[in-house]
Design a protein around this ligand. Structure first.
Ligand SMILES: Cc1cc2nc3c(=O)[nH]c(=O)nc-3n(C[C@H](O)[C@H](O)[C@H](O)COP(=O)(O)OP(=O)(O)OC[C@H]3O[C@@H](n4cnc5c(N)ncnc54)[C@H](O)[C@@H]3O)c2cc1C
Length: 396
């Protein structure tokens, strides 16, 4: 290849934006043309979205303008939506143009996985983007306003959250914190409000330390959350949720957090996928094309036992570091690096001042864990935007 190689990065989430930032640092002048494509002109801090969704923080605090993160002399930013990936032709079709590439990085994130539950796609809300959390926040307030018009409709103030994994637990913690303020604002008796968290697995936070799970569930119950564990959602209707036990919960709000799948564009492009996610090789490339890297929620990396690591921001960032190294190595004809996930720990917030986590061999809970959660958020801001971004957004 005599001309300058073209690298196109799809998606400015955790995987995409960190890849772009790393490439702009590592590549020399004229070593490659790098283009970052994203449907919005901002990057959103997904791990913070449960707060604006519940209305305990502003959506603005969970977003950062992409042009503040990248150096436009080194990375071209294209605000557009990807509509098709054509790996055979080395082309990406955007809503308004076409891009050609030599190397492609796909970090388009995930979509809610509905597991075929009837009505879920049409009737449930999901915490996926700034726009979706604006919708959830407005919807919750609207339910209070509607209840004031029709006080016999207590179902308007029943909020059902499907899934008690990380996102579900973090969201119900915030929702429970928001309720007293909303009740005061709308002159509603707080005893009318119900927050019900439904989970099909035998425990909340499946896979997490059982002592910490018990702590989390007790904290959330104290805040007024009702749990229905080991209970599958059978159907999601416009005004109710039908459980496998036969119980029907009348509700005006269903927020689904029960699972994610990879972006549909990957299976449409012909990559071999499992629930829309591509099992990548040790260098994070697809098995079909060694010039296509897949990161984050679109990818599957297997652990030593052959099981997929859960999709997290943490793994996406680490993949981006390996991916940028490997792109530079390919261009310079130097050895590639295998991806190895280093689990630095996990912390789940339970609302204001409460969290649980495992960091190294230590279990943490309560205020200490809540502080740790803040530190994790600040560390991420530092990774993408250095001290200036920490100073601007570090209130997270
Ligand atoms: C509420 C919540 C809390 C979470 N908490 C944690 C946590 O505490 N710790 C943790 O490690 N993980 C957490 N996660 C998971 C974590 O956020 C994801 O694993 C991570 O965001 C995945 O990063 P990604 O780069 O794959 O995709 P994303 O961050 O989802 O980014 C995808 C990007 O692609 C863009 N895009 C999508 N489709 C198109 C298209 N067609 N055209 C152009 N652009 C497109 C999107 O706009 C977005 O910018 C949480 C997730 C949620 C929802």
């Amino acid at each position: 290849m005599n001309r300058i190689p073209r690298i196109v990065i799809l998606g400015a989430g955790y995987g995409g934006v960190v890849t772009a930032i790393r490439l702009q640092k590592q590549l020399n002048y004229n070593e490659a043309d790098v283009t970052l494509v994203n449907k919005h002109d901002y990057h959103y801090i997904t791990t913070h979205l449960h707060m604006p969704a519940a209305g305990t923080d502003k959506p603005e605090n969970a977003r950062v303008d992409i042009l503040r993160l990248i150096d436009e002399f080194k990375v071209d930013f294209v605000k557009s939506t990807v509509v098709q990936i054509k790996p055979h032709d080395r082309k990406v079709i955007l809503e308004d143009s076409t891009l050609s590439y030599d190397y492609l990085v796909i970090g388009l994130g995930g979509e809610p996985e509905t597991f075929g539950i009837p009505g879920l796609k049409d009737n449930a809300l999901s915490i996926r983007s700034i726009n979706s959390v604006r919708h959830i926040r407005e919807h919750i307030e609207y339910q209070f306003a509607k209840f004031k018009q029709e006080p016999h409709r207590k179902d308007y103030l029943t909020f059902v959250v499907g899934g008690a994994g990380f996102t579900g637990i973090e969201f119900v913690g915030e929702l429970a914190d928001r309720m007293p303020k909303l009740c005061k604002e709308f002159d509603v008796d707080p005893s009318i409000v119900q927050i019900i968290n439904v989970e099909a697995a035998p425990t909340a936070l499946p896979g997490f330390d059982s002592e910490l799970v018990e702590y989390a569930v007790n904290v959330l119950k104290e805040k007024g959350v009702t749990f229905k564990i080991a209970t599958a959602i059978k159907e999601c209707r416009q005004d109710s949720v039908l459980l496998a036990t036969g119980e029907e919960i009348k509700t005006g709000t269903i927020v689904w957090t029960g699972g994610i799948r990879g972006n549909r564009l990957l299976e449409e492009a012909g990559f071999e996928t499992s629930r829309g996610r591509v099992i990548v090789d040790e260098y994070l490339r697809t098995k079909e094309y060694d010039n296509v890297y897949v990161l984050g929620d679109c990818s599957i990396v297997l652990n030593e036992e052959g099981k997929p690591y859960p999709p997290t921001a943490q793994i996406s960032i680490q993949q981006a570091e390996t991916c940028s190294h490997n792109l530079v190595a390919t261009i310079r004809n130097t050895p590639l690096k295998s991806f190895k996930f280093h689990n630095k720990g996990v912390v789940a917030s339970l609302g204001r001042g409460e969290a649980i986590g495992v960091v190294g061999k230590y279990k943490i809970k309560g205020f200490t864990a809540a502080k740790m959660k803040r530190l994790v958020d600040i560390r991420y801001l530092f990774i993408i935007g250095g001290i200036p971004l920490v100073l601007r957004k570090g209130r997270l």
